[in-house]
Design a protein. Structure first.
Length: 171
């Protein structure tokens, strides 16, 4: 069966360019939850980047035909271009530590072309709880259930590792 991805080839190429150019970033929000198995639906991909002014970040964008549009007045910074159109830039995560504190505990997840750092499901939940918006309160029960399922799966032993009897059959 073919591997499924929440990313188009262009979006995956952008994430690969970020990794290749050693940009400090991570996927956060419901996209992060989705990548960890939560049955979520989202319209965008939240991307938290340590330094939006970094030449490495700009180089990665340029590789895929994307452009950085800085914050102007009340308009937040954003990305423009086909490969990056669904990415939203996150400047702060409610209820969480600094970028570096959270990135230190990010989970590497393989998206087919590269491994990307992803905010852990418990930290996504903590942020949604702290933000306390209507839309966050609506998804919290599902995220909590998904976190319990992920924990249960991680605790299970892989198949084929059952302990076998040490006694030999009688002849």
């Amino acid at each position: 069966m073919a591997e499924r991805s929440i990313f188009t080839a262009r979006e995956a190429a952008f994430l690969k360019a970020l990794v290749d150019d050693d940009v400090a970033f991570m996927i956060v929000g419901l996209s992060a939850a989705l990548l960890q198995g939560a049955p979520a639906v989202t319209q965008d991909i939240d991307l938290w980047v340590r330094d939006l002014e970094s030449p490495r970040f700009r180089r990665a964008l340029k590789k895929v035909g994307g452009t950085y549009v800085p914050q102007i007045g009340l308009n937040p910074p954003m990305l423009a271009g086909d490969a990056v159109r669904l990415f939203d830039l996150v400047l702060h995560m409610s209820g969480l530590g600094s970028f570096d504190e959270e990135r230190a505990h990010a989970i590497p997840i393989d998206i087919g072309v590269v491994q990307v750092p992803v905010l852990s499901l418990p930290r996504v939940i903590a942020s949604k709880e702290a933000a306390n918006r209507d839309k966050d309160r609506l998804v919290l029960p599902m995220l909590r259930d998904a976190a319990l399922t992920v924990q249960a799966v991680r605790r299970r032993k892989p198949s084929g590792t059952r302990r076998r009897s040490r006694t030999r059959p009688k002849k």
